[in-house]
Design a protein around this ligand. Structure first.
Ligand code: HEM
Length: 399
């Protein structure tokens, strides 16, 4: 494929360094925004949209910024099929509308919320058993809670353990980000795909006979072809665990660094829901989402030729001072309305209500109720990784 010519009117950030972004992406995001809403980053072969106006504007123009990409193929390779997230409407809408009913607030409250409460109770006990010298909130609480919630949402059988779900999810996420074509990462994706497919070989006929309220069952009920059902189950595994896991640790980390705000939340002066939204804005688990320009276009004064590989920098848009005054400051009182951590437009996260319920109604309140003196362990370091998908990989805590 011939490389797309980036027009000369777009500023170039030849200094953008993805390795440095892994350590802390926010200083480079600020420099990108200072250059303008549309910036070319040769190191990643993309044109970045950097501001809130640019990202939300692009999400309103899917006819220009298409999700049906022929260049961003790692997701399809990782998941073994083309899921809804790599399609445009009307094809996308047919698949999305299948899962919406079971992920809307009403179903969350009546069906899923009690399950999330049970899962949190089990894993809070586990954390306590590990003890204040060794506990890692990521490994011992956030990952298993997010895993078990997703096992339930997908309607997977009880025998599926949280470790398998965690392994599948992390291998898919690594595959989606495998721009350097690392063979070992593809091998892990292939193994995960065959394990999940073997499970679906048994589960799908059962759900055809006896439908239930799960995401998998809803995908089947509307009569989608089986390979489409499978691709979207793999997609939900990739996104439905990793991000909620990161949100749990990010929230505890953010509140621990701002004890006055943590105390305000615990005293009921600030809602858990507002703290959740502000954490999603301030430390967005998904930093960038890909799109491809479908037709030669002008956007915010710049010429974008067909085929341009675009990165919508959600995490940068969420630090845009034009929309969030004092944007680098964590402030759970600001209510963070309009943040883009869940995307916007037709692909806006299908699981956002499930995630908010699981975390702001259950995981965080139960954690602090069970362990009121929970705090970061100063003796053991917190570790972060990633900028496209960014999260805490170790969060040692004590009490
Ligand atoms: C805090 C947790 C979460 C965050 C930050 C998050 C973030 C996102 C974002 C940014 C997108 C849009 C991607 C794009 O447009 O390219 C998305 C889409 C999606 N998310 Fe989430 N997500 C979370 C939790 C979940 C959960 C729990 C589920 C499943 C139960 C889920 C399922 C999906 C699905 C199926 C899509 C694709 C929607 C479509 O293409 O229409 N997510 N998510």
């Amino acid at each position: 494929m011939t490389p797309t010519l980036i027009s000369a009117d777009i500023p170039v950030a030849d200094w953008f360094d993805p390795h440095e972004a892994m350590v802390d992406p926010y200083p480079q995001f600020a420099r990108l925004r200072a250059l303008g809403p549309i910036v070319h980053a040769p190191a990643v072969g993309r044109v970045f949209l950097t501001t809130h106006e640019a990202v939300s504007g692009a999400e309103r123009r899917p006819e220009i910024f298409s999700s049906y990409s022929e260049q961003n193929l790692t997701m399809m390779r990782a998941l073994g099929g083309r899921p809804m997230l790599r399609k445009d409407d009307p094809e996308h809408a047919a698949e999305r509308s299948a899962i919406n009913p079971t992920l809307r607030p009403k179903a969350i409250t009546s069906v899923w919320s009690p399950r999330f409460a049970e899962n949190v109770a089990v894993w809070a006990e586990h954390l306590l058993e590990i003890g204040p010298e060794r506990a890692d909130l990521n490994r011992d609480f956030a990952a298993p809670v997010a895993s078990q919630n997703l096992i339930d949402l997908l309607g997977f059988p009880e025998e599926v353990d949280v470790e398998s779900m965690r392994r599948w999810s992390t291998s898919y996420i690594a595959g989606i980000g495998n721009l350097l074509d690392d063979a070992a990462i593809w091998r892990r994706c292939d193994e995960s795909q065959s394990e999940v497919d073997a499970l679906l070989d048994e589960l799908l006929p059962r759900l055809r006979e006896a439908p239930d309220g799960s995401v998998t069952s809803h995908l089947l009920q509307v009569g989608l072809p089986e390979e489409v059902v499978r691709a979207n189950v793999h997609l939900t595994i990739s996104g439905g665990m990793n991000e909620p896991q990161h949100m749990i640790t990010n929230m505890v980390w953010a509140l621990s660094l701002h004890p006055e705000q943590r105390d305000a939340v615990l005293a009921g002066e600030v809602s858990w829901g507002d703290a959740f939204e502000e954490t999603a804005r301030w430390q967005s688990p998904i930093g960038m989402i890909p799109r491809e320009v479908a037709v030669d276009s002008e956007f915010l004064g710049a010429q974008l030729p067909e085929g341009t590989n675009v990165g919508l920098l959600l995490a940068s848009a969420n630090r845009d001072e034009q929309v969030f005054p004092d944007a680098d400051r964590y402030d759970a009182r600001r209510t963070a309305r309009g943040h883009l951590a869940f995307g916007s437009g037709v692909h806006m996260c299908a699981g956002r209500w499930a995630a908010k319920n699981a975390i702001a109604e259950h995981a965080l309140p139960a954690l602090y109720e069970r362990i009121p003196s929970l705090r970061l362990d100063p003796e053991r370091p917190t570790l972060w990784d990633g900028w496209v998908f960014r999260g805490i990989t170790a969060l040692p805590v004590t009490w």
